[in-house]
Ligand binder design. Structure first.
Ligand code: NAP
Ligand code: COA
Length: 266
């Protein structure tokens, strides 16, 4: 078994869906520093080229393949390319997602479906397409969910429904694929600094302050916080963990932690 050290992912092949920016790119960069070979997938080849260049400039190994996670055949074709380039896959991160803030009554059926298609069906497509190319036993599959999966939120009906589905999919696949030595888990990040997700959910400094004030830990997390959890789940140190959703959310799931004035004692 590996110790928790710098080469913990040495030689491991890691596929990151939604890996061209934000939290998922943070995971990819962190994994590259720990010796992994990275294959990134997202829609934009330009974004992928920049992400790959960053990893390579830092001394890592990476390729980028453009595909939309809503298109199973395209994801499958990308995975075949990864396998031909690097060999079988040890770790899959499924983090492609879309979000916008909209009241349900103003959301079109296609708007709702779009987020379900990217987040939930996209996650099924990525994990299902990866299955034949996984190193078994030993593969670790990690989806990126969100507190909205378990905590209702206004203007987030599409995301709440999609991420709840990801949590259940995680548990179902863990049960079905555990016998082959495949672990299936998810990470639920809270509000993470310098991300597209928070730029959409809290676009002004005032809104950002309000979000922070309601969190138990009173601050945003960092991409590195999520990458550290992902590294643990990807490593043999998590060899007995499957079907789990790990919250790395500053207490976001707990609800509003604002401390109101205490009522007078009676
Ligand atoms: P982000 O930078 O926008 O990352 C989204 C990634 O997914 C990008 O690489 C994007 O690249 C890709 N993508 C989007 N639609 C795709 C599609 N149809 N097919 C393939 N790739 C697609 O956002 P982020 O804020 O870092 O979020 C990353 C993950 O963390 C998401 O799963 C999100 O739900 C989750 N999360 C974020 C927060 C937060 O605070 N930001 C909190 C909780 C959970 P292209 O544009 O090139 O396709
Ligand atoms: N409010 C209401 N509806 C919206 C919307 C908004 N802000 N943005 C998009 N929609 C609707 C569109 O109107 C469309 O529905 P319609 O055909 O009935 O008009 C539907 O959503 C699809 O929009 P489209 O722009 O064609 O989708 P896309 O596949 O090109 O992009 C999104 C997907 C909308 C999720 C886009 O924001 C995206 O690519 N996001 C990725 C990055 C991201 O969200 N990062 C944060 C991750 S947490």
């Amino acid at each position: 078994m590996n110790a928790f050290r710098d080469d913990v992912l040495a030689g491991k092949v890691v596929f990151v869906a939604g890996g061209s920016s934000g939290i998922n790119l943070g995971i990819a960069e962190h994994f590259a520093r720990h010796g992994a070979k990275l294959a990134l997938l997202s829609r934009s080849q330009d974004k992928l080229d920049m992400a790959v260049a960053g990893i390579v400039a830092a001394g890592g190994e990476a390729i980028g393949i453009a595909a939309d996670v809503r298109d199973f055949a395209a994801v499958d074709a990308a995975l075949i390319q990864v396998q031909q380039h690097f060999g079988n896959i040890d770790v899959v991160i499924s983090g492609a997602a879309g979000n916008f803030v909209a009241a349900a009554k103003d959301m079109s059926a296609n708007g709702f479906k779009t987020v379900i298609d990217i987040d939930l069906i996209g996650t099924f497509n990525v994990l299902r397409a990866a299955y034949p190319y996984l190193n078994k036993p030993g593969a670790s599959l990690i989806s990126i969910t969100a507190p909205q999966a378990v905590k209702a939120a206004v203007y987030q009906a599409h995301v709440c429904a999609a991420k709840a589905g990801i949590n259940m999919l995680t548990q179902c696949l863990a049960m079905e694929w555990g016998a082959e030595g495949i672990r299936v888990n998810a990470i639920s990040p809270g509000p993470i600094a310098d991300t597209e997700g928070m730029a959409r959910l809290a676009p002004t400094p005032e809104m950002e302050q309000k979000v922070k004030a309601r969190l138990a830990l009173r601050d945003y997390g960092s991409k590195r916080d999520i990458a550290d959890v992902a590294l643990f789940l990807a490593s043999d140190n998590a060899r007995y963990i499957t079907g789990t959703i790990i919250d790395c959310d500053g207490g976001s799931k707990l609800g509003d932690a604002t401390l109101p004035e205490l009522p007078p004692r009676r």
